[in-house]
Design a protein around this ligand. Structure first.
Ligand code: TXA
Ligand code: MG
Length: 328
């Protein structure tokens, strides 16, 4: 695991030489490369085993850099930038021709964000180009929220994981685009939609599954553990259904007293949805490593970050083998 390092200058040198490294952000770790290097971007797709048409998010180190990437910034986007950058909001905007098509999957838009992590901001500051970075996990598996998650996924396949500790928000950025100048939510994420609507008024929400099957974060089965996973409204129904099996639980704010349960993960003893979101993926990684027969997750309150958590749990559970006994 000597690939894990805190050396920002070495990180800068590697991406400068068209290599791929993992970088920390406040949401999840990303697999980062120079947006103008076709070689680097191809390696990102290869490493993730991700279909080439799925566009990447471009990470910038200062707000000014946005002008190099987009032809037009709607007023509502400016409002969101003032409020949420640096931070966990990705904006999909019309792209300049100079933004390579191999980054945007041939689309005429580009997804951009300024991450809020001191180490990665420092790295971006050292570089004369932005970094494209999808989450640092193989296509379809659980996103990484620590350097060791990434090192396990990509051991010896990348030269370096820039260590920035555990990701503070722990769930991917919220993605907002504009259609006919009206704001549209493309992915629920670390900034609650309620917070965004507070700034700019109503945002329309697409039916993610139908909308664009080529967008990975919107696919039914994504962010998925190897272990069979289901989401239930009533945890006791789930436990009774699987009695006799090796069960792990993913719970919101309290444990269940039942000795037959092999392992329980409680995401926030205080019942804080932001804290719960920040622990979600690490808990799924731990549960998935236990050789359980099933992971049963309880459905979270469907507001604020509970909505983003429910969205990820639903995708983790989406599989034809799963019995959606209490799913709604
Ligand atoms: O928090 C995050 O956003 C993390 C960290 C590393 O920044 N990155 C991340 O990237 O989640 P990725 O590649 O796993 O997810 C990017 C999402 C995908 O669902 C992709 O389809 C969507 O962004 N996307 C990218 N460009 C787009 C575009 N031009 N139009 C619509 N969706 C786009
Ligand atoms: Mg991802």
């Amino acid at each position: 695991m000597n690939m894990v390092s805190k050396d920002i200058y070495l990180a800068a040198q590697l991406v400068y030489n068209e290599e791929i490294i993992a970088i920390p952000t406040e949401t999840v770790y990303g697999l980062a490369g120079n947006i103008y290097s076709e070689k680097a971007i191809r390696s990102i797709f290869d490493l993730k085993k991700r279909p080439l048409i799925n566009p990447l998010i471009v990470h910038i180190g200062s707000k000014d850099q946005l002008e190099d990437l987009t032809t037009e910034i709607p007023d509502l986007a400016k409002k969101l930038i003032d409020k949420f950058w640096p931070g966990s909001l990705t904006l999909v905007l019309k792209k300049k021709e100079t933004v390579p098509n191999f980054v945007t999957g041939g689309k005429n838009t580009v997804a951009v964000r300024m991450p809020n992590h001191p180490i990665t901001l420092k790295l971006l500051d050292l570089l004369p180009f932005p970094l494209a970075a999808p989450s640092a996990n193989p296509f379809g598996s659980i996103s990484p929220t620590s350097a060791s998650h990434v090192a396990t996924y990509f051991d010896k396949k990348i030269p370096m994981v820039l260590d920035g500790g555990s990701c503070q928000n722990g769930i991917e950025s919220t993605i907002i685009g504009f259609e006919n100048n009206l704001p549209v939510l493309y992915r629920l994420g670390a900034i609650a939609i309620e917070e965004i609507e507070n700034e700019i008024g109503p945002v329309s929400i697409k039916n993610f599954e139908e909308q664009n099957p080529s967008a990975p974060g919107m696919m039914a089965k994504h962010y998925a553990p190897e272990t069979e996973t289901l989401v239930v409204s009533n945890i006791h129904d789930g436990i009774n259904y699987y009695r006799g099996k090796k069960i792990g639980l993913l719970l919101f704010n309290s444990k269940i007293s039942d000795d037959s349960i092999m392992h329980q993960e409680v995401l926030s003893l205080n019942g804080d949805l932001k804290e719960a979101a920040s622990h979600l993926y690490a808990a799924l990684h731990r549960l998935d490593a236990l050789n359980l027969d099933v992971i049963i997750a309880e459905k979270f309150p469907d507001n604020q970050l509970g909505r983003a958590i429910n969205d990820r749990l639903k995708r983790a559970a989406a599989s034809k083998n799963n019995l959606n006994i209490v799913n709604q």
